[in-house]
Design a protein around this ligand. Sequence first.
Ligand code: GSH
Length: 266
Amino acid sequence: MGNDHPDAKLYPHATGAAAKMVKAHQKEESLKLYSGWFCPFVQRVLLVLLEKKIPFQYIEVNPYDKPASLLALNPRGLVPTLSYANKPLYESTVICEFLEDAYPSSTPHLLPSDPYLKAKSRIWIDFVTSRIIPSFHRFLQFQGGESSGLSKLREEFLGKVKEFTLEMDKNGPYFLGEEVSLVDLVLAPWAVRFWVFDHYKGGLKLPVGEEWVGRWKKWVSAVEKRESVVSTTSEREYYLPIYQRYADDVAQSELAKATREGKGVP
Ligand SMILES: N[C@@H](CCC(=O)N[C@@H](CS)C(=O)NCC(=O)O)C(=O)O
C-alpha cells in the first residue's frame, strides 16, 4: 500500500496520558502489541493488558502505511496485531479472549466462569462489534442534514445503545454488575469517543427523561474514570483530523470503506 495511502499522514504517536503509558511499555517483552495510538480496536486490547497487569511491549506502527514488520505477522495489515512468543494473533476480540485464557492467574478475570453467563457476555461483546460500531460509523460518515437522513441514523444509533443498556445489570455500575468485564472494555473505546458527534453531527441528543439514559450515564461515568481508560487516551486535538476525515466521509480505512458499502466491521 505504501506511503501514498490518503490516511497515512497522521500524528505519529500518542500524546497526553497515553504517551506516558507508551513510554512505560518500551522494554523488550516476548508479548508485543503492534498498535496505532488512535485506534479504538487497539485500545480494547490495551485495556485488557493494563487491567490484568500483563507485561507487554508497545510497538507503534502506522497501519495505513502497512510496514513489512506488520504484514509479516498479519497479512491484512491491521492493528491490533499481537506477537506472542513469536506467534502472531489479530482481531481485537480474539486477542482479548486469548489474553484471558493465556494468563489465567492474572486478575481481574474479565469473563464469568459460569458457562451461561460467559456465553451471554459473548452475545453482548458481539453486539458491540456487529451492531453498535457499524451504526456509530453510519451516523458519523453520513453526508446530509437532519431532515435528509441524519436524524434517522442518530435514532438508529441511539436505539442500539439503548438495546445494550437495557441488558445491563440494574445497579451496575458495570454491564455485569459491580465488577468490570470484557463487555465493558470492548465498548469503552467508542464510548469515550462519543464527543465526535457533538463536534461534527449536531450532537448525540440522548433523549431527556428516558429511564435507560440514566443507567447509560452511570455506566459511562464508571468506565471513563478507570485508570486503564484514562491512561490509554491521547489528547483530543490529535484525534480531530482523523475523525474529520470520517465526518466528511473521505477516510479510506477498511472500516470507512466497509461502512460506505453498507458492511460491518472489517
Ligand atoms: N476487526 C479488526 C479491526 C481493526 C481495524 O480496523 N484497525 C484499523 C485501525 S483502528 C486499521 O488497522 N486500519 C488499517 C486499514 O484500514 O487499512 C479488529 O477488531 O481488530
